[in-house]
Write a protein that binds this ligand. Structure first.
Ligand SMILES: *Cc1c(COP(=O)(O)O)cnc(C)c1O
Length: 492
């Protein structure tokens, strides 16, 4: 028989538990709470939003108010280990959900398997121009930096709460393997990863499909990333199913990812001073982590949004019309995204946290696939963001030029950023930090076409071509995906 509690969502449980712990607080200080961009969800703890992913009203979670990091503390980060800075930032977000020793333990473990001792090294590639290398984790893309922390905190929060969770992740290529590396083999968690069939690189696909974990299920969806993401949203909207499955999300709609990604904006700024960051962008999570850092008080000159030909957010920022075009396959597949989930967070902040506008705008977007941004929202976004769309031709040229001039091989996503960064660097803006989001070995074909060079697989991927692939091809059909998950759910 089902216990009464198990028919409720994870959030109901967290709310009940919070009331108790809040009553026990001696201090008058209000603990960190999170609200939804759509304004119809009661404030939640960090553990609550970590386990829930998406807000039940369809919105995304954000802190009720942004924690502040004073300038002298930012300066002190310059000489600190990455894990120590991560602890200083993340403990402001985790509030009363974990004790310091738990958070410290999980952060230390998360960064113990990176092949760069400073986790996110800064490399000067030209006068005043830097690459921030974010690909030194287990799956060679920046997703590991947040996912390694998230996975551990998630398992810890779930163990405290009891019960099980079903993670469903749509991936454009890198989130899937990072989620598998973080959650594979953990008890009480099932992981369903859905990638667009034929639209990820072979290395990306094998990283997901050769994972040897019984709790990991790969789906190759006949469709685009946006089709996969919209199926995930529909699964969440199916409340009966979502509750029965204890559905949750660990992609960048989960605020814990954004919080962990804000850390490298701090470490880079502590070393270089106020900078312009160029961010290869798909779902707008990584660049929004830059906005999060700014809202915590970090001085940042500008955030440059660099998209490939899938330029919906570039058009929204430059022209004020938010409307997806047709998804195109490019050299940078992890950014082949039209509907950028995290843009909702930026819109929410730019509107002055106007939940009424947010709800009606998002309803209109769902209905018409087209919204015109009001002038106040446009100008607030323009204060913070500048956007460029970089095509495949320029991406390839950027990889080749860098290789010819320096011998350095960039992956195609980094190259999109570098090409956008070059445009502002040419205007004399310094310092510029381009986020280098993946290791070139993940995209050997694109790199070979640009440079004629084969990038050797790093040792940690050496066995990639030996493993047996496990993947199920499913049609672009909500019922088919739901049925596949349903059949594989653990008994309650
Ligand atoms: C996910 C990804 C991006 C885009 O990041 P978003 O947070 O989705 O904007 C860029 N580059 C690589 C290599 C990625 O895996």
């Amino acid at each position: 028989m089902l216990r009464a509690a198990s028919s409720h969502s994870i959030l109901d449980w967290c709310e009940a538990k919070e009331e108790k712990s809040t009553n026990n607080l001696v201090s008058a200080e209000r603990p960190m709470r999170y609200i939804s961009t759509r304004g119809q969800t009661a404030p939640q703890s960090f553990a609550g939003i970590l386990l829930a992913g998406l807000a039940p009203d369809g919105g995304l979670f954000l802190p009720e108010s942004w924690p502040q990091v004073p300038a002298d503390e930012v300066a002190s980060f310059a000489g600190k280990r990455y894990a120590d800075v991560a602890f200083a930032i993340l403990k402001r977000f985790t509030g009363d959900s974990f004790i310091d020793a738990e958070l410290r333990e999980d952060i230390e473990a998360a960064y113990s398997d990176f092949d760069a001792s400073d986790i996110a090294p800064l490399v000067e590639i030209g006068k005043g121009k830097y690459l921030l290398e974010l690909f030194h984790g287990p799956t060679l893309a920046f997703k590991d930096i947040a996912m390694q922390v998230l996975g551990r905190l998630f398992a810890r929060a779930l163990a405290k709460k009891g019960g099980k969770a079903t993670v469903v992740a749509a991936t454009s290529g890198d989130t899937g393997s990072a989620a598998i590396a973080a959650l594979g083999g953990l008890p009480n968690i099932d992981v369903f990863v859905m990638h667009p069939k034929g639209r990820v690189s072979e290395v990306q696909r094998r990283q997901m499909t050769t994972a040897p974990f019984a709790n990991v299920h790969n789906i190759a969806l006949e469709g685009s990333f946006d089709d996969a993401q919209s199926i995930v949203k529909s699964l969440f909207a199916d409340k009966a199913f979502a509750d029965r499955a204890h559905l949750t999300a660990v992609n960048s709609i989960n605020f814990a990812r954004i919080a962990a990604q804000s850390v490298y904006y701090f470490t880079a700024t502590a070393k270089l001073g106020k900078s312009t960051f160029v961010v290869p962008t798909g779902n707008f999570g990584d660049v929004f982590a830059g906005e999060a850092a700014m809202r915590m008080g970090l001085p940042v000159e500008k955030l440059i949004v660099a998209t490939n030909a899938n330029d919906i957010v570039a058009r929204a920022l430059n022209e004020g019309i938010y409307a997806p075009g047709k998804a195109q396959s490019t050299l940078s597949p992890s950014m082949d995204i039209q509907v950028a989930s995290n843009f909702e967070r930026a819109l929410f902040e730019a509107s002055g946290r106007d939940t009424n506008w947010m709800r009606s705008a998002m309803e209109e977007f769902a209905r018409t696939k087209n919204i015109t941004l009001p002038p106040n929202v446009r100008s607030a976004l323009a204060d913070r963001y500048t956007a460029f769309s970089i095509g495949d031709y320029e991406t390839r040229a950027s990889i080749k030029k860098m290789y010819d001039e320096t011998g350095r091989i960039m992956d195609p996503h980094t190259a999109v950023g570098e090409a956008a960064g070059f445009r502002i660097w040419a205007q004399g803006i310094r310092p510029i930090v381009v986020l280098s989001t993946a290791h070139p070995a993940k995209f050997p074909d694109a790199v070979a076409r640009a440079t004629g060079q084969k990038v050797p697989l790093p040792p940690r991927l050496a066995a990639l071509y030996d493993g047996v692939e496990r993947v199920t091809v499913l049609p672009h059909d909500l019922g088919a995906v739901r049925g596949f998950i349903e059949e594989r759910l653990r008994p309650a």
